[in-house]
Write a protein that binds this ligand. Structure first.
Ligand SMILES: Nc1ncnc2c1ncn2[C@@H]1O[C@H](COP(=O)(O)OP(=O)(O)OP(=O)(O)O)[C@@H](O)[C@H]1O
Ligand SMILES: [Mg+2]
Length: 287
């Protein structure tokens, strides 16, 4: 099902200089919520106003993360996070329309007061996720270094690891692009962020590189190194903390993992990821 863009809302968000970043991959468990929360806290730490929309109304990872943060560390600045409820209407068509209207309105409202709006999508296709793709200035698709995960973007032949055919998901991104073009919105920047990279599988990494180079041209996306596989990303959730917080003076006295060289490398990876996203960071900085 195609999702229409209400140009009035999105243009008004864009006119106010707000930038929408949507994390999407129909494949589950690729790191959408982990990257979303790290980006959110990084932007906030730089003084930018950020709000979040958690479209994963079942798992609610992003909102749970931020609730833990607020509950256990109330000294940290609060983050506005909204989980828009699913419609209760019986008719699927009407329910979809209601959900999409409400999401457009919500993102428009958040865009009025925040420089960045981050949307975290569930690991499945839905009309709301499609709309969130259309609303995005930057679309981030985290991808684990596995051909099973890559198959969701395009099918790869087994000799040269070149792409034979693009996937339904890639087609969905094209539709989002078309919708934005029709609404005369700026083109979206589609970023494939590799996640959970390991040092060990150099051969697999080379093959993934070849396939991604090929995909990059055909899908008008760009792939960037994301995060390496590190235990720290799994440890900080209960306290709602991120790598960015490890050296935060506001958290002096809070029990946290001791900073190691692996954590320093991880923080550098995160900074590199932020730079690679090429976000408009020159706008007004609050606080
Ligand atoms: N770089 C990483 N190193 C180690 N573990 C990671 C890394 N990135 C994510 N994880 C872990 O992988 C799992 C999935 O991550 P996450 O929940 O962020 O993915 P997701 O794409 O949001 O999943 P879903 O589609 O279910 O919403 C989590 O247990 C998370 O802690
Ligand atoms: Mg998630």
């Amino acid at each position: 099902m195609q999702t229409r863009v209400n140009s009035t809302m999105t243009v008004s968000g864009a006119e106010q200089g707000s930038h929408c970043i949507t994390f999407v991959n129909e494949k589950g468990g690729t790191g959408k919520s982990t990257l979303a929360v790290h980006l959110l806290v990084s932007l906030q730490a730089q003084g930018h106003g950020v709000a979040a929309v958690d479209l994963d109304t079942r798992q609610r990872t992003l909102s749970r993360y931020l609730q833990n943060r607020q509950q256990y560390h109330p000294q940290l600045p609060a983050v506005k996070v909204v989980v828009p409820p699913p419609s209760e209407l019986d008719s699927r068509v009407e329910a979809t329309e209601q959900e999409c209207d409400e999401l457009r309105e919500l993102v428009g409202e958040l865009a009025r007061d925040h420089a960045f709006v981050i949307i975290d999508c569930p690991g499945s296709d839905s009309p709301r996720s499609r709309l969130a793709m259309t609303l995005a200035n930057t679309l981030v698709t985290p991808l684990n270094d596995s051909f099973i995960d890559l198959d969701l973007l395009g099918q790869v032949e087994p000799e040269e690891f070149q792409v034979k055919r693009l996937s339904f998901f890639t087609e969905t991104v094209w539709q989002a692009r078309q919708q934005r073009a029709l609404a005369k919105l700026p083109a979206l920047d589609w970023v494939i962020a590799r996640n959970r990279l390991t040092m060990l599988d150099a051969r697999n990494k080379r093959r993934m590189n070849a396939a991604l180079e090929d995909l990059q041209g055909r899908m008008a996306c760009r792939y960037v190194p994301g995060l390496a596989e590190r235990v720290i990303y799994r440890e900080l959730f209960p306290g709602g903390l991120t790598l960015v917080d490890l050296a935060n003076p506001q958290l002096r006295g809070v029990s946290m993992p001791r900073m190691t060289t692996s954590h320093l490398a991880a923080r550098q990876e995160l900074r590199n990821f932020m730079v690679a996203l090429n976000l408009p960071l020159d706008g007004p900085v609050s606080g």
